[in-house]
Design a protein around this ligand. Structure first.
Ligand code: C2E
Ligand code: MG
Ligand code: MG
Length: 757
């Protein structure tokens, strides 16, 4: 069972459903583009304004019309009738003047002709004007009352003309004072009778005008009320529509902004429902797509960061977080928990012999089996190459019971791993080694737990593999010693605690042909620390890079120093190169630069590589070896026979020497099988055109046996131990090859077995 992937943030309570139902208005509005909505709103407002303006103008026109009627239709007759009345009065006035003039004259019976004549002219003119005015008035439309009044006045006027004006004019022309006076009185009488009728007609016009005016005012007020009402109503409707329109834009915008906030906060599961076709809905749709892509990317990033792409198991980083959680929990409850570190046995051999693809298949299959075996709530992770870690959930509070639980789990895992696995067309029977580390109420760090499990796992490996082992305190002491060494090693170069020793490599006649540089660490407290102890630590911590560079520097300087001495000029110097050093991208450049700086002859430098190193990434190895070979540097395959290299792979490597591992040399005399292996190695090396160096030659018998098997170069305590340079130089001086033991010299050497110069 895999560790459950960490869930992305769960939806929070305040999460909004953007674009979710907002009411009918929103749907209605959001069907249309915002531009269309605004334009429609403006058109509507313009229409309403136009309507209001038109109706207002019409109302004013109607009011104006009423006033015009009052002025034109009613005031004109008033003026006409007034004029008629005045003209009739003017007639009376003329008669009075004519009579008055006569009364003041001596002859009182006769009118003065001038005044009488003038009166006749004026009266005639007045009467003509009255006729004209009356005919104009008579032609105007009238109501029944006005018609009746007008008819009545017409009769009075005719009577006035007939009975008063005409006889008066005759009397005036006759200059008859008496008659004129009498008729003037009659005319006055008739005028006074007609006058109230004129006045009644005028009053009638005024009444009518007043009525017209009142109706005009009423119409004006109606128009005004209507306009104000329409204005208020249209403002309410437009306001409502405007508010709806603004809400239809602002609300979704607010929700868009909320989604942006959620995205900015890393909450990528905000539900977005897009309903509508306006611009905001388009933004929402894009936002939805963006959110989905971001969520997918985040998920991908999360998986990349926390999961192993090959097996899909949690990786080291996620495991560390889980262990941290378990450590915190273990401080609070009283239960045990366990870390089980599993390393597949001989996985490297699968990679080396069957290739990386098959190796990957095997890892995927093992991950699958682990998932099946380790049930939740326990969890499994892959932390590197062939290393897996199982973190158990809370086990028993009792240590023995908890240990039994962890061991049972380890056994299940071992048996799952041990099931046959089809690989590359054949059945592979693999196994694993497991280190178990129990913890409870612990203040240990994650690193501590993994280190302890690792130490226990190595114990299981040492116990013969396919086993599980529990971490115990003695391992803790070992771990601490290792950590102390690690700390001390960090300052070893600066403190001048590292030193190089030189171990001679000699030919068949005993003549020195070269030396191997071997690192020594003299620690003030730990004493002389073996490279077998500190080189793996330097490898694991990366300290091997500065240390290796320093060794190379010293070795090249030594080569240069030897060049100055004729006896040493042809000595080879072998330098051990570790995997991490060799894999560094700048390795080739670093070697070349060091050689150049020292001014040493590259042809005298031999780099020793181990089998596992060269096979780890064959293509890179060949490439780097060829590059250095072009500079003249040569290569030796160190500790040969302990690895898994095949002939086909060796053929691809530009090698010069094979160094037979000392484990084969050790028993070459007593164990015929080792002698056979050495013979095979030597035969194979010669077939490949390689020279053979035997390591760890401690006795004359071993040398002899090797010589018999055609091995012509030796290195070992029999010839000399690794020595500091001053003592090695002394050794070189004191050990001329001619002074080699007679027994060895006595051995005949075939011409084709001549030693390497
Ligand atoms: P190696 O390269 O195989 O070196 C040979 C080892 O065999 C040396 O051990 C040497 O002292 C030891 N030896 C030589 N002759 C005899 C003998 O007759 N009998 C026995 N029993 N042992 C003999 P040492 O010096 O302890 O080095 C161990 C390993 O540490 C080396 O194995 C090499 O892999 C590594 N090493 C040493 N120096 C360096 C270095 O400068 N860089 C790197 N990367 N590794 C180094
Ligand atoms: Mg070596
Ligand atoms: Mg070796």
């Amino acid at each position: 069972m895999t560790m459950a992937s960490l869930p992305l943030d769960a939806p929070s309570a305040d999460m909004v459903a953007v674009g979710s139902p907002q009411g009918v208005g929103h749907h209605l509005f959001s069907r249309f583009r915002i531009g269309t909505r605004l334009a429609a709103m403006m058109v509507l407002a313009a229409l309403v304004s136009a309507l209001l303006a038109t109706s207002g103008i019409q109302g004013l026109a109607a009011s104006n019309e009423s006033l015009h009627v009052v002025y034109e239709d009613r005031m004109k007759p008033v003026r006409t009738l007034g004029q008629i009345s005045q003209l009739m009065l003017a007639n009376q006035h003329q008669l009075q003047i004519a009579l008055a003039q006569t009364a003041s004259s001596p002859a009182r019976t006769t009118l003065h002709p001038d005044f009488a004549g003038k009166a006749v002219r004026v009266i005639e003119t007045n009467m003509a004007t009255i006729d004209q005015l009356w005919s104009t008035y008579a032609a105007t439309a009238k109501g029944p009352l006005e018609s009746a009044l007008a008819d009545h006045f017409a009769q009075r006027r005719e009577q006035y003309l007939r009975d008063a004006v005409m006889p008066t004019l005759a009397a005036l022309r006759n200059l008859d004072y008496q008659d004129t006076q009498r008729l003037a009185t009659k005319a006055r009488l008739l005028y006074e009778r007609a006058s109230p009728e004129v006045q009644a007609l005028i009053d009638l016009q005024f009444d009518r005008a007043h009525a017209e005016y009142a109706s005009g005012v009423q119409r004006y007020e109606q128009t005004r009320s209507l306009a104000v009402g329409a204005l208020v109503l249209s403002m309410v409707v437009l306001g409502f529509l405007g508010v709806m329109l603004i809400r239809s834009i602002v609300r979704p915008l607010r929700q868009v902004s909320q989604v942006f906030h959620h995205i900015a906060d890393g909450r990528l599961d905000t539900p977005i429902v897009v309903q509508g076709q306006d611009e905001i809905c388009e933004v929402l749709a894009d936002l939805q797509a963006m959110q989905q892509r971001l969520a997918a990317n985040e998920e991908a990033i999360y998986r990349l960061a926390y999961y192993d792409p090959l097996t899909d198991l949690p990786n080291r980083r996620l495991l560390r977080e889980r262990i941290q959680t378990a450590l915190t929990a273990s401080r609070e409850d009283d239960q045990h928990r366990a870390v089980l570190l599993l390393d597949l046995d001989h996985f490297k051999a699968i990679n080396d012999t069957l290739g990386h693809e098959v190796g990957d298949q095997y890892l995927v299959e093992m991950a699958h089996r682990l998932r099946q075996t380790v049930q939740a709530p326990h969890a499994v992770a892959r932390i590197g190459g062939d290393e897996f870690v199982v973190l158990t959930d809370a086990l028993s509070t009792d240590e023995t019971a908890a240990l039994a639980q962890a061991q049972a789990l380890a056994r299940d895992i071992l048996s799952a791993v041990a099931q046959p696995c089809p690989l590359d067309g054949q059945m592979y029977f693999g196994s694993a080694s497991i280190g178990i580390c129990l913890f409870r109420n612990h203040n240990a760090s994650i690193q501590d737990l993994l280190r302890r499990a690792d130490a226990a796992m190595y114990q299981a490996k040492n116990a013969g593999r396919n086993a599980h082992c529990l971490f115990d305190p003695s391992m803790q002491a070992e771990l601490e010693a290792r950590r102390a060494l690690e700390t001390a090693l960090r300052s070893a170069i600066e403190a001048g605690q590292l030193q190089l020793h030189y171990q001679a490599q000699v030919g068949a006649t005993g003549r020195p042909v070269g030396a191997e540089v071997l690192l020594r660490w003299n620690h003030p407290v730990h004493g002389s620390v073996s490279p077998a102890q500190f080189i793996p630590i330097a490898e694991a911590t990366g300290l091997i890079l500065p240390i290796g560079a320093w060794v190379l520097e010293q070795a090249c300087a030594q080569l240069k120093a030897w060049e100055r001495h004729p006896r040493n000029r042809l000595l080879d110097l072998a330098v051990n190169v570790s995997a991490r050093q060799f894999r560094h991208p700048d390795f080739v450049a670093q070697v070349c630069q060091t050689l150049t700086r020292a001014g040493a002859n590259p042809a005298r430098l031999v780099l020793e590589l181990t089998e596992s190193l060269v096979l780890d990434d064959l293509a890179d190895t060949v490439c780097k070896m060829q590059a250095l070979q072009q500079r003249g540097v040569r290569f030796a395959l160190d500790d040969f026979g302990t690895g898994y290299s095949s002939l086909a792979q060796l053929k691809r490597l530009p090698l010069h020497h094979l160094k037979i591992d000392r484990s084969f040399v050790q028993d070459i005399v007593s164990a015929p099988s080792d002698a056979a292996i050495v013979q095979t190695i030597i035969g194979m090396a010669h077939n490949l055109g390689l020279r053979v160096i035997a390591e760890g030659v401690e006795t004359l018998a071993q040398r002899q046996a090797l010589l018999n098997l055609q091995c012509l170069v030796f290195q070992g305590y029999f010839f000399g131990k690794p020595l500091p340079i001053e003592r090695f130089d002394q050794w070189l001086e004191q050990s001329p090859y001619s002074s080699f033991p007679a027994a060895a010299n006595a051995t005949p050497v075939a011409p084709h077995q001549r030693e390497i110069p």
